[in-house]
Design a protein around this ligand. Structure first.
Ligand code: 1HE
Length: 265
């Protein structure tokens, strides 16, 4: 893939491995990776460009012991923003997170420690969430006198349902461990979330990019449509993806009985 040198980042750290799997690290450990306005701009830049630069999958992680403490509350306090200023800031958050969710490249969030407030909004924009035993999820906006502004009303409500989200916001309820998996906040609970995220990324990266593009954009788009339009859009996407040259060899292998069969472990 293209070199990552083109990115001018200070709050994020970027690296790529030999399989074109990119690791995006939230790099403000001393601030528990709180999301200031500058970090959001870096996320927009990175996730607007990574898909067309040839990234096959992305691991999203945090430096230090916490994934992300959400909105930079100190910056927000210092800036003393007007309503219109904060609204515009939220639109930048949405820009970043929409680039992630709809960008067409699998993003796997390797979680640990706090995944709270805007940190949960960020994590819920990834396609897969992997938690470890230290990971906990919360929406502490209520206790800060705030409201979610980075898409939680859409994505967190999608993951856990409206009633649980309202409970999290009204009562400060914290989810962790198996319970977090059971309510849909994470898909995996493991000893080492970063190792597992990399394993999952390698698995996903074996697919043709066009197939992953469909999985990591079309499903989200279709959820925004009526069932009738979604069915039509699905047929169009499948028309393109399911006839791609990259699928032919795989179909031939199945027909020749050389391809792996689908079996439980
Ligand atoms: C921060 C932030 C932050 C830490 N903004 N600076 N999110 C929250 O309500 C969560 C707020 N944070 C915490 O509850 C705790 O910091 C943690 C549980 C995440 C970590 O605790 P701990 O004991 O490891 O760290 P700490 O001592 O609290 O903080 C260490 C430093 O990180 C300290 O800075 P320092 O300069 O005094 O060393 C903290 O100020 C800084 N820090 N979290 C700014 N969030 C689009 S709307 C979204 C709305 C929301 O996200 S609201 C939820 C906000």
């Amino acid at each position: 893939m293209e070199s990552l040198d083109r990115f001018d980042v200070t709050h994020l750290a970027l690296s790529v491995d030999e399989d074109d799997i990119v690791t995006v690290t939230l790099n403000r450990a001393d601030k528990r990776n709180a999301l200031n306005a500058a970090t959001i701009e870096e996320l927009i830049d990175v996730f607007s460009n990574l898909p067309r630069m040839g990234a096959r999958a992305v691991i999203l992680r945090g430096e230090g012991t916490h994934f992300c403490a959400g909105l930079d509350l100190v910056e927000h306090h210092r800036e003393d923003r007007r309503p219109d200023e904060f609204m515009h800031l939220c639109l930048r958050w949405h820009e970043a997170f929409n680039k992630m969710e709809y960008g067409g490249v699998p993003i796997i969030a390797a979680l640990k420690g706090a995944v709270v407030g805007g940190g949960l909004e960020l994590a819920s924009s990834a396609h897969i969430r992997v938690a470890d035993q230290t990971t906990y999820f919360a929406l502490p906006e209520g206790q800060r006198g705030l409201f979610t502004g980075g898409g939680a009303t859409i994505r967190v409500a999608d993951l856990v349902g409206k009633a649980r989200m309202i409970d999290m916001m009204l009562t400060g309820r914290v989810y962790k461990g198996e319970e977090a998996v059971n309510v849909g906040l994470a898909q995996y609970l493991v000893e080492n979330s970063e190792a597992k995220a990399l394993e999952l990324a390698r698995e996903a990266a074996k697919h043709p990019p066009l197939t992953n593009f469909a999985i990591c954009s079309a499903i989200s788009h279709m959820q925004n449509m009526s069932a009738l339009d979604a069915a039509y859009a699905e047929a169009v996407v499948a028309g393109v993806v399911n006839t791609q040259p990259a699928a032919r060899g795989r179909l031939e292998a199945f027909a020749n009985k050389t391809a792996a069969r689908v079996r439980p472990e």
